[in-house]
Design a protein around this ligand. Structure first.
Ligand code: HEM
Length: 476
């Protein structure tokens, strides 16, 4: 591990520490013999499993492409924006799901959109896209605001020192459950939150046996925990969906939430979604859409706490907001807060790896990548790439503010992915983050109280290793 880094650069900008190992740069030439590759992979495996961010090495942050093997599996980390566009947009047809990722995610998410493939995915994406239309997303804004305001009132009656990770997970789960099924899940919220946390923990577990290519019937020790939580969560979602469908069929009034929209979606050529598909996709939205936003919010609060000017400007912008206007319109009046949030997702992209396998070979300029290679973009590496960003490790929200935003490369900044499988919830997440930050920054100030900087760890999302302890004080 590299030595702890200074927290300010020469320009006084905040530079939070992060894992970066400096190892000798590869010299090219013949690949090492297979036994050496196996030995190196075995040595690297604990790091890859406990915190994959620690397995990225210095030269990967300035190379356009780096290729290597883990056991017999060939990987190519792509950080050249033109090649990224070519592979993941223009040649998206040449990609398939990477088997290891599927092994980890599919048992829990089944045919949800994140893990479905082929015609099942196409049908789901086509049917569900209108559910995320700007009009529908706007219609959730008032609920997002009300949920955040209630959350603040609750927080004000509790202890001042909190885990921001837990608090933001709770808040984004409350927002999601309000917008997904209007909170109409019978179970106690604390039980549900515990189940969701277990469920996500289980999802994050890549087992060493997966890397070693053990057959599926060999039990994976890392997956023993969490099974009950997943079944309970699925049952709650299923019960809510069945109940809602019955009410719709009886012609009763039902809430205008995601669940109703999903149950009514796709009456055209594709037909409606089955209850299984509705269930799988609600579970997927919970998995993909709650911790991601929570982590980005937590890092934003941390970064603001370390930059007095940025925070003063963000608070002034939040204070000046005309909150009597519908919250779906707040976004355009908060460009600075939005820039801080975007910069937080640059430094700490919640989804740090976008992984696929090449079904067909790719030839593009000097690059020649054979079929069968696991190609991936790591927003974590791309967003800190020395050839694409000035002061890549520093918190500089100005990059995303005003005219400067236009010079951020389209394929150099990919917090929401790209191509046909770009995040379907991106505008939902942006609206949610803007509303939550506006309410939080008006009412509270968060100060970090950890005895050392939080260390980023990749467990499904990029999260602080210490739960991000912060103390809130009331502002207004
Ligand atoms: C800051 C918050 C979020 C971030 C950073 C994020 C990031 C991403 C990324 C990078 C992908 C592409 C993954 C890949 O190609 O392998 C993705 C896909 C997806 N996201 Fe998000 N996401 C966020 C919020 C949400 C929300 C709020 C929802 C739903 C309510 C959501 C639902 C999905 C779904 C269903 C997919 C799969 C799309 C497909 O494969 O067709 N995400 N997200």
């Amino acid at each position: 591990m590299s030595a702890p880094q200074p927290l300010r650069n020469a320009a006084g900008q905040f530079v939070p520490p992060y894992p970066r190992r400096d190892v000798p740069r590869p010299t090219g030439g013949k690949p090492p013999p297979l036994p050496l590759i196996y030995w190196r992979t075995l040595r690297e495996l604990p790091r890859i499993i406990s915190n994959p961010l620690e397995s990225f090495v210095g030269f990967q942050f300035d190379m356009p492409v780096s290729r290597y093997r883990l056991f017999s599996m060939p990987f190519a980390l792509i950080s050249d924006p033109d090649l990224i566009r070519h592979i993941f947009v223009e040649r998206a047809d040449a990609l398939e799901a990477e088997p290891l990722r599927q092994k980890v995610l599919r048992p829990a998410l089944r045919d949800g959109m994140l893990t479905a493939e082929g015609e099942t995915w196409r049908r789901a994406r086509r049917t569900i896209a209108p559910v995320f239309s700007p009009r529908n997303v706007s219609s959730f804004a008032s609920g997002m605001k009300a949920t955040t305001e209630e959350f603040v009132e609750d927080l004000l009656t509790g202890p001042q020192k909190i885990s921001v990770s837990d608090a933001m997970s709770r808040l984004t789960y409350l927002v999601l459950s309000q917008t997904l099924f209007s909170g109409e899940i019978d179970d106690d919220i604390e039980d549900i939150l515990a189940d969701v946390a277990f469920f996500l923990e289980k999802l994050s577990a890549a087992d060493p046996l997966d890397f070693l290519g053990a057959p599926d019937w060999v039990p994976r020790p890392t997956r023993f925990r969490g099974g009950d939580a997943t079944s309970r969560l699925r049952k709650s979602v299923r019960d809510a969906a069945e109940d809602r469908r019955a009410r719709i069929e009886r012609g009763e009034a039902v809430p205008d939430d995601f669940l109703t929209l999903l149950l009514r979606a796709g009456k055209g050529e594709d037909g409606a979604l089955t209850l299984d598909e509705v269930e799988d996709n609600i579970i997927t939205f919970i998995a993909a859409g709650h911790e991601t936003t929570a982590r980005a919010l937590g890092w934003t609060l941390y970064l603001l706490d370390n930059d007095d000017d940025a925070r003063a400007r963000a608070e002034a912008e939040a204070d000046a907001l005309d909150t009597s206007r519908p919250p779906e319109n707040w976004g355009k009046d908060m460009p600075w807060i939005t820039a801080c949030f975007e910069e937080a997702m640059r430094l700490y992209p919640p989804a740090a790896v976008i992984l696929r396998r090449l079904r067909e070979p790719i030839k593009f300029g000097e690059y020649d990548i054979p079929a069968g290679v696991n190609v991936y973009i790591s927003p974590w590496v791309l967003h800190r790439h020395t050839t694409l960003w000035n002061e890549p490790d520093a918190f500089v929200p100005q990059r995303f503010f005003g005219e400067a935003r236009k010079s951020v490369g389209r394929f150099a900044y990919l917090p929401f992915g790209l191509g046909p499988r770009v995040c379907i919830g991106a505008s939902f997440a942006m609206q949610e983050a803007q509303i939550i930050l506006a309410v939080l920054l008006r009412r509270l100030r968060f100060s970090y109280v950890g005895d050392r900087p939080p260390w980023p760890v990749l467990k499904i999302t990029v999260q602080p290793d210490n739960g991000m302890p912060m103390r809130w004080t009331a502002r207004q």
